[in-house]
Design a protein around this ligand. Structure first.
Ligand code: NAD
Length: 924
């Protein structure tokens, strides 16, 4: 079936539902339903069989539910209605709660019931219950509903409060007043209040004079103080005294002044020096303690097995946390145990680097760098452990570097029902490190690794096991999973297979190291990460900001990275699923768009740089050949634009030392006369490059020109040989405008591999050749043209957008993905004499990460690229097989991973080069 999800956020529940339904062969399209229009548009486009709302805060329009079955997943028992179901259930200490799947109708949560499940409540936060009991019940109910829907005979049960099993009622939206804390209350009551607001909206309170929302509370059985007093701090958390004891609070979000958004951080970080007077209450990882307390990392040991727990909030691991975990691991590795089990936390195993902590520093790029290095140091210790067998036991969700951290162990087991996100790119094209290029293909093979990292889709533990990412997945509830893991680990430690396995592991590591040292993998990955953090492309920084602020930026970032709403994010198989991992559901109305002031890619500066390089090349040529390269420009008629272009080329040629002359022919020149001139230029030893100015008068054919110019002098890449070579990925002269675009991307260190590039143009001089060049750089290319429907939907997906339609201001800010690189090729004359590009520069620069201006962007580079190819032609005609130094020409012909193909290409190249040599005399 084709199932559309309408969801406010693609959170843990909707991700789990997604993977379960995809695993069962359904097509699932996830729509972030930020408005009615978004929902209407999605239904019109997708024609779904069924609509499911796993977590929706908006009302589904009547026109949709009247025509389609829409199933609402409501986190409440039968009859419960309202937006704060689970909050009330926790606050009221209900012993049993449930999930109901009901049909959308005119009244909220009052539709006919398709399925329902109940579960026992236990002390836990709302987010914890949501990730476990609620999700399990919802998935069971959803699968039952789908089976009933497919049967076509099931009639859902109308809501009837007279029925015995309908125990719920309509409940009001819970307000901050309902949650307000009096610190003289007993701990149990305060814990319930904090937990019913976790992780959204949080309880508003005043801590040491600062207004903050409180999150993630834990029991403390020993420490005591005056109610409300902060009595200790540990691992970023604060301990606060209550009426009958104390509790730990790990995270705070400062209430933004003047409505400014803020984000959650460890409590000690938010309170800073206000906590100077508060004592640290350190607890060593292996220290036994009486009663309940809070700590992030702890260790226990039993029967030659060591268990290392690390329960980091939302699975995010800061530099400090990585370092502390590494130290703990090194400590326990010295223990005389045989097996080490890495337990992670109950809700999250790990989600990799800590984006909130990075965002909170003065220099996020630098902190990102420190954080990834600390992750790598930790992973390296796991990979190189030779004294123990190491097991990763994933009780909770894992994402990005967190998945790879697990793979560094010898055995990887997971709880059934967790969701994995083995990819990084959703976070602003982050390349990722943690030795993933070593660990992931080793487990799943090269092709699957590529698929996983490109598809950006969540996968179920079932799929992960099938593809070899996990060794096994078992038990649905966390307690049974931990018990099962204990049995496995103890069995392994006492097994006769233990020593041979350890020896096999040592040998395998030695062999791997000889084949390619770990350090090389790390260096290669970090080179790419360096570009993510410090390069011109700011996608990662914008995506991180967007993630941390949930789409709303504070004013101080406006002008740099400014917040905005509108639009929507959609996820389908193969679409960018973003960096969600269920850890920070996006807020109502979040749309995945934000704005920034783009970096201006200065074509003039790049052109000056290229000219300087070209002068050096010219000096070498003249020294060796005793003459300067010659360029023949042919212009027929009096087209004004081509006149300006000719003059510019003549000027730049003179500037760099190329001998150029213009052959100006009258508008009535015949085809024969033009052909004769071209043949003459072909044969002229002093001419190394020929450029025929377009447009030609109507009676002259461009095809004839392309067929007549000697391919050895075809410096604007218009001949069929040049085009063919480009198509095959062989060294070739390139159409100069397309090559200029590549030159800009190359000079700004724009990584193209795997990136989505949308080109608006299929012209022979721009769109088609550029598409080929980009493909050869391993980009994913979409060519749009005047018949393309819904252009904006395609351009919004582009990491790099090239506009060459010749339509003034065709591309507006709404058409651009935040942080994208926008290259404007268009040159359009306005009636008032002004020149504009195809991009509405003023609005797009507020969204894009980088943009070329018009004039001063692509234009200044086009003629320098042309002249560079003229010098290359001159070297080749002089018999020197000169390196193709133009970056745009260094296209590696799909060399990527396909060795066979590469050999075929080299063979073809030899044949083409040989035939070129044979053909050459014809043009002399
Ligand atoms: P062209 O007319 O041959 O090609 C235009 C392309 O854009 C076509 O493929 C067409 O299908 C597509 N297109 C037109 N309108 C569209 C729309 N509304 N939606 C989607 N696609 C659309 O033009 P060209 O010769 O390739 O030049 C294109 C632009 O680039 C012009 O503005 C031209 O002045 C400029 N240009 C600049 C340089 C430079 O050096 N910067 C060089 C050459 C051309």
């Amino acid at each position: 079936m084709k199932i559309v999800f309408f969801t406010t956020a693609h959170n843990s529940l909707s991700q789990r539902a997604f993977v379960e339904l995809v695993d069962r062969g359904h097509t699932v399209i996830v729509v972030i339903a930020s408005s009615e229009d978004v929902m209407l548009e999605a239904v019109e486009r997708e024609h779904p069989d069924l609509i499911v709302a796993p977590m929706l805060k908006k009302v589904i329009p009547a026109s949709i539910w009247q025509q389609h079955t829409c199933i609402i997943v409501h986190p409440g028992i039968k009859g419960d209605r309202g937006p704060s179901s689970l909050d009330w259930a926790i606050l009221n200490a209900c012993e049993e709660w449930g999930v109901t799947l009901l049909q959308a109708g005119a009244e909220m949560d009052a539709g006919d019931i398709w399925a329902s499940r109940t579960f026992s409540m236990r002390g836990g936060s709302k987010s914890h219950l949501y990730r476990h009991e609620v999700t399990e019940a919802a998935i069971q109910g959803l699968l039952e509903t789908i089976a009933k829907f497919e049967s076509k005979t099931f009639v859902p049960e109308p809501l009837d409060y007279s029925r015995k099993d309908v125990k719920g009622c309509l409940q009001a939206c819970m307000k901050q007043a309902d949650r307000a804390i009096d610190w003289a209350e007993p701990s149990a009551s305060i814990l319930r209040k904090i937990r019913c607001a976790d992780s959204f909206p949080g309880i508003l309170d005043t801590v040491l004079g600062m207004q903050c929302y409180l999150y993630d509370a834990h029991e403390e059985d020993v420490l005591r103080g005056t109610p409300g007093q902060i009595i200790a701090k540990r691992d970023g958390a604060i301990c606060r005294a209550t009426g009958d004891g104390a509790i730990w609070i790990t995270h705070l979000k400062q209430k933004g002044t003047d409505g400014q958004p803020s984000f959650k951080l460890p409590a000690t970080h938010v309170l800073g020096d206000r906590l100077d007077h508060v004592q640290e209450a350190p607890l060593a990882v292996d220290q036994w303690c009486i009663g309940r307390t809070y700590r992030e990392i702890w260790y226990e040991e039993r029967h030659a097995v060591g268990y290392l727990h690390f329960d980091f909030y939302n699975g995010a691991m800061s530099t400090d946390q990585c370092q502390r975990l590494r130290e703990a691991f090194l400590l326990i590795r010295r223990r005389p145990t045989k097996v080490i089990v890495l337990m992670g936390g109950t809700d999250f195993w790990s989600n990799g680097i800590h984006l909130n902590m990075i965002e909170a520093t003065d220099d996020p790029a630098h902190e990102s760098w420190r954080n990834i290095q600390a992750m790598n140091d930790l992973v390296r210790e796991l990979i190189t452990t030779e004294s123990h067998l190491v097991i990763s036991a994933l009780q909770g969700t894992a994402g990005a570097g967190g998945v790879i951290l697990a793979l560094a162990a010898d055995c990887v087991y997971a709880r059934k029902g967790i969701v994995l996100h083995p990819h990084y790119k959703g976070m602003g094209n982050l390349y990722g490190s943690e030795y993933w290029t070593y660990l992931l293909p080793k487990r799943v093979g090269r092709e699957k690794a590529r698929e996983l990292t490109e598809a950006l889709l969540p996968i179920s533990s079932r799929t992960a096991q099938q593809i070899g990412l996990l060794d096994d997945a078992f038990e649905e509830d966390a307690a049974s999973f931990r018990e099962h893991i204990r049995e496995l680990a103890e069995e392994l430690a006492s097994s006769h297979r233990y020593e041979p396995m350890l020896e096999e592991k040592r040998q395998a590591r030695k062999n791997d190291e000889e084949r390619k040292p770990l350090q090389v993998y790390r260096n290669e990955e970090l080179q790419r990460m360096w570009l993510n953090f410090f390069g011109a492309d700011r996608s990662y920084h914008l995506a991180r900001k967007n993630f941390v602020y949930k789409g709303l930026m504070p004013d101080r970032d406006r002008g740099d990275e400014r917040g905005r709403t509108g639009g929507h994010v959609e996820f389908t198989a193969g679409h960018d699923a973003g960096w969600h991992y269920g850890r920070q559901p996006a807020r109502d109305g979040y749309c995945g768009r934000a704005s920034m002031t783009a970096e201006i890619l200065d074509g003039r500066a790049m052109s000056a740089e290229m000219k300087a390089e070209l002068r050096g090349e010219m000096r070498r040529f003249v020294e060796k050949q005793g003459q300067a390269p010659g360029l023949g420009i042919v212009r027929v008629g009096g087209d004004a634009a081509s006149g300006v272009y000719s003059k510019t080329i003549l000027r730049v040629a003179a500037d760099v030392g190329i001998t150029a002359h213009l052959e100006q022919l009258p508008v009535n020149t015949s085809a024969d006369e033009l052909r004769a001139l071209l043949v003459q230029l072909n044969n002229d030893q002093a001419v190394h490059g020929i450029l025929v100015q377009m447009p030609l008068p109507a009676h002259l054919s461009q095809k004839m020109v392309a067929a007549t110019i000697a391919s050895s002098k075809d410096i604007d890449g218009i001949s069929s040989r040049s085009v063919g070579n480009l198509f095959l990925g062989l060294p070739s002269f390139l159409p100069s405008t397309a090559a200029a675009v590549m030159e800009i991307l190359e000079r700004t260190h724009m990584p193209l591999e795997g990136r989505r590039v949308v080109v608006i143009s299929r012209s022979n001089v721009v769109g088609k050749p550029l598409g080929m060049m980009l493909l050869q750089k391993n980009a994913t290319v979409t060519i749009c043209h005047s018949y393309t429907t819904n252009l904006a939907a395609l351009t919004r997906q582009a990491d790099v957008l090239v506009a060459a339609a010749g339509r003034p201001r065709l591309v507006t800010d709404e058409m651009v993905k935040p942080g994208a690189v926008v290259i404007d090729v268009g040159i359009n004359a306005l009636p008032d004499g002004g020149i504009v590009g195809d991009v509405d520069f003023a609005s797009v620069r507020e969204v894009a990460g980088a943009i070329t201006p018009v004039p001063g962007g692509v234009g200044p580079l086009t003629n320098v690229v042309l002249l560079k190819q003229c010098v290359q032609a001159a070297w080749q005609l002089a018999g020197e097989k000169k390196e193709w130094t133009s970056t745009a020409c260094q296209i590696s012909a799909y060399a990527g991973n396909d060795a066979d193909h590469w050999h075929r290409m080299v063979a073809t190249h030899t044949i083409v080069s040989a035939s070129w040599e044979i053909a050459k005399p014809r043009f002399k």
